[in-house]
Design a protein around this ligand. Structure first.
Ligand code: GLU
Length: 477
């Protein structure tokens, strides 16, 4: 049994609004939310918009919409309020200023006047010597007078954190287990850019502490940042969260997930007709194992979630799996939900409103996404009915005689089974040879819903009209 956690857990999602949410980064949001929900904790949303050039308000709006559409609601944070706001980092400059001061006064941070070109030259030199390209400490020991003189010349310094040498930083990663880094390999790093904005390491670590985040779930690409962040928190006397670094998501070609190998934005998925529950079930299994292979609802996804079930190797996004969960999620909709879903995509527009529920019930087993319904809407409500090539072939090869027999049988048939029986007797056909031409004539397709249900939906008059059309087609030379 797991020991009871005394402190309530708080996780967060901290996106930079520089693009749309896609399968890879929204999985991080989901795992953070699931970790909180699985332990009765809180989930927080923070917007990391310190990069003024790349951050855009429309991306903030898009990510709020995408998270809400997926049901990944947050208890605290941007657009939800809480005691630790503001929750957009661009509004937290004053708070950060106090911490820069604290570090500078303690001698743990210093201004650095090196230009980007100088830094690049330094890195090149180190690489040429086969050494890792760390900051060489050029400005680490400038006198206060020298620093003032340079500042007076109008040069805007960055602020660097002085990394203590000779130490090993260890932490227990929730996914990978024990991790350690030697501080000698880190090099003094920038915590405030020359334009005065905070560097990622800094604002991200401080805000996790100030917002009471207990558990950080994020991509493995951030693991090298963690020792830097632990050093900063230690220097400031702030408490550090537990870190869980998720293995990356790969495309089905084994390369990191990108547009080219199957990543899609949440917006594209929504517009493509995927249901939120399908996306959630797919993502929740990208690198995490559930005991159940069944479609889980939000609650089931949360209760079955356990960070110990997160795999150590890269997860692979298989688009077939997403299709599978979509089919399952669609099957789980009740009639009203399915109707509302199809309506949202406008696919039922050609159908008389009173007929929509019946049509929805008829086609539900034959669609995976809303767009798939179009062909059935056309098959059952368009006049004249479109005929697929294969269906046309079926009708012609059955021949006019077959449909004459069907029309004769229709006079006395009460339902589809009695019609099929009578046609079978009159034509001495059975099985596929009997049913396929009837299917082709009634729906214009060679697959689809069960024939008795098609009969029920169409009604005798339209069955009659369609058999007649088929007969005419078969009669043509
Ligand atoms: N803003 C960072 C990102 O989007 C957050 C990283 C983290 O979760 O700590 O990559």
């Amino acid at each position: 049994m797991r020991a009871m956690t005394v402190k309530p857990i708080k996780t967060r999602f901290a996106p930079s609004p520089t693009g749309l949410l896609h399968l890879g980064n929204v999985r991080t949001a989901l795992f953070s939310a699931l970790l909180a929900r699985s332990r009765g904790g809180q989930f927080l949303l923070r917007i990391e918009d310190t990069d003024a050039e790349r951050s855009r308000p429309e991306f903030v709006q898009a990510l709020l919409r995408d998270l809400r559409w997926l049901g990944l609601d947050w208890d605290e944070g941007f657009d939800a309020g809480g005691d630790a706001g503001p929750y957009a980092q661009s509004e937290r400059g004053d708070l950060f200023a106090g911490y820069y001061r604290q570090l500078t006064e303690a001698g743990m941070a210093y201004p650095c006047f090196c230009s980007p070109a100088e830094l690049e030259r330094g890195r090149k030199r180190l690489r040429a010597q086969g050494k890792p390209p760390r900051y060489p400490g050029t400005c680490a020991h400038l006198s206060a007078e020298e620093a003032e003189r340079r500042a007076a010349e109008g040069r805007q310094p960055t602020l660097r954190f002085r990394v203590p040498l000779g130490r090993t930083i260890r932490f227990e990663d929730g996914v990978r287990g024990p991790v350690s880094f030697r501080t000698d390999e880190i090099g003094d790093f920038v915590i405030r850019r020359s334009d005065g904005t905070p560097a990622f390491f800094f604002s991200n670590a401080i805000d996790d502490a100030l917002m009471g985040v207990t558990d950080v779930v994020r991509g493995e690409d951030h693991i090298a940042n963690t020792p830097r962040q632990l050093l900063l928190l230690e220097a400031l006397g702030l408490s550090a969260p537990a870190y869980h670094h998720l293995p990356l998501v790969m495309g089905d070609d084994g390369a990191p997930l990108s547009k080219r190998n199957g990543s899609a934005s949440v917006e594209e998925l929504r517009e493509g007709g995927y249901l939120p529950l399908a996306v959630l079930n797919h993502l929740a299994r990208l690198g995490h194992r559930y005991e159940s292979d069944e479609l889980l609802d939000e609650e089931g996804l949360a209760t079955g979630f356990d960070p110990e079930r997160i795999g150590h190797s890269a997860a692979r996004h298989d688009p077939q799996q997403l299709e599978h969960w979509q089919a399952e999620a669609l099957r789980a909709l009740d009639e009203a939900e399915l109707l509302a879903y199809l309506d949202r995509f406008g696919v039922l527009e050609p159908v008389e409103p009173a007929r929509r529920p019946a049509l929805t019930a008829l086609l539900r087993d034959n669609i995976v996404r809303a767009g798939d319904a179009r062909v059935w809407v056309a098959a059952f409500s368009a006049d004249p009915m479109p005929l697929e090539d294969a269906a046309r072939e079926e009708v012609r090869s059955a021949g006019a005689e077959f449909f004459r027999a069907a029309l004769a049988a229709l006079d006395t048939a009460e339902d589809f089974p009695s019609l099929a029986k009578a046609v079978g007797q009159a034509t001495e056909r059975k099985g596929r040879k009997l049913f396929m031409p009837l299917r082709a004539a009634l729906s214009g397709q060679t697959h689809g819903p069960e024939l008795p249900r098609i009969w029920d939906y169409l009604g005798r008059a339209r069955v009659d009209a369609r058999l007649r059309k088929a007969m005419e087609l078969a009669e043509q030379p």
